[in-house]
Ligand binder design. Structure first.
Ligand code: ADP
Length: 374
């Protein structure tokens, strides 16, 4: 039986938020309610961060009220605070490392995760997701423990890039197991909802879904969690950049002028929320002809490097426009995983090593050698 949003709102009217009996829908704190085609229900409750403890039982009651409805297949309810970028925020949970700007990052640190790094782009289609996947795999090839969170809520592509399907396992209440993608831990909104559903989400919904994927997934111990951000530099991206305890951000750009202007906006956005820029990557930089080996600069060349210098951010490297990269990504077999010693993987590995060194202030750490006594 198809459920409607009105059915859900009616069920939520049984939940009151104060002693005078104000119902949740009447309180003005309920976000847009979304019911997906499989009768999964998603909503968030808007709160001030100081109200989190008082509202947690209300959130659970709201979840219970919806779960009790006939036909519902799941509930995704969360508490969201819509703190504006200029409002004061709690001090960062961790002191910033040397060289990092101290700033108004609101998200508390994720226990067990050393660094969270956003891979962002000023616009879609520049190869952000392809780069995020291959960089994550290259970091893993260095012996680091790596997770990849696909936060590109409007167009999750990580399941396809890794050839992963199916639903993540629920380990215990409100805790999901990440999927395994060539040895790294992977989570994507694409595993959880129908692709069309997220398209209609607004800022607070997007943020709460991402917060949930950050905090309600059993990431375990990680050296680095790579976050594939939604493309662009709008409010949703800004809020996310602020709400996630990021150690830094990487901006992917093509050499085209237009993309560079967008990349500049990306740098400005992260600076606004005091997230250090770990570097700019130029993707689709050169085209090397597979037949004759001649390289052509189809979109111009060197723009991203020059722009990085102008903006005073590190330049991490260039990735060529390459048929193998496209074919392997589109086939769900990322090039760094399937041809780890090939020329393309080498490029990602060099960039990953530089990225890690910019992040940790030292050379890439490898897993400690195991001493075997025979
Ligand atoms: P975005 O995440 O920025 O929207 P994607 O990573 O989905 O971009 O890439 C868009 C398309 O470009 C995909 O078909 C992908 O395979 C291709 N692509 C990305 N980077 C490269 C590259 N360096 N060489 C060739 N094709 C690429």
């Amino acid at each position: 039986m198809a459920m409607t949003r009105d059915d859900v709102i009616k069920a939520l009217s049984a939940v009151t938020i104060d002693e005078s009996g104000t119902t949740l829908p009447a309180s003005g704190r309920l976000s847009q309610v979304v019911v997906d085609p499989t009768n999964r229900v998603m909503f968030s409750i808007l709160i001030d961060p100081s109200e989190a403890t008082r509202f947690e039982p209300i959130r659970r009651k709201a979840e219970g009220a919806v779960l009790a409805m006939a036909g519902v297949s799941g509930v995704f309810a969360s508490l969201t605070s819509e703190r504006g970028p200029n409002q004061p925020a709690p001090a960062p949970a961790r002191p910033p490392s040397p060289g990092q700007a101290a700033g108004p990052r609101t998200g508390p640190a994720l226990p067990g995760v050393r660094h969270i790094v956003a891979v962002a782009s000023g616009k879609g289609g520049v190869g952000k997701s392809t780069t995020a996947c291959n960089l994550a795999l290259a970091l893993s090839a260095q012996g680091l423990k790596v997770g990849l969170l696909d936060a590109d809520i409007y167009g999750p592509s990580v399941p396809k890039l890794f050839g992963l399907s199916g639903k993540p396992k629920v380990i215990e209440e409100r805790l999901l197991a990440p999927m395994d993608g060539y040895g790294i831990k992977v989570m994507s909104i694409g595993f959880l909802i129908e692709p069309e559903t997220a398209m209609i989400w607004r800022g607070p919904m997007v943020q709460s879904a991402i917060t949930q994927m950050l905090r309600e997934v059993a990431w375990g111990e990680l050296d680095i969690l790579v976050v594939d951000m939604p493309p662009g530099t709008g409010d949703a991206q800004l809020t996310m950049a602020q709400a996630t305890p990021l150690s830094g951000a990487v901006i992917v750009s093509t050499p085209q002028d237009l993309a560079l202007i967008d990349a500049r906006r990306g740098v400005t956005m992260f600076r606004k929320v005091a997230v250090p820029i770990l570097g700019v990557i130029e993707n689709m930089a050169t085209f090397v002809c597979p037949n004759c080996g001649h390289s052509s600069h189809i979109f111009g060349h060197g723009g991203a490097r020059a722009e990085a210098a102008r903006l005073d951010v590190p330049f991490l490297g260039e990735i060529p426009l390459n048929m193998t990269i496209r074919e392997t990504s589109d086939a769900g077999r990322p090039v760094v995983a399937v041809d780890p010693d090939g020329p393309q993987a080498q490029i990602y590995r060099t960039i990953a090593a530089q990225l890690w060194s910019n992040l940790s202030g030292g050379p890439a750490t490898r897993a400690a050698p195991r001493i075997v006594i025979e």
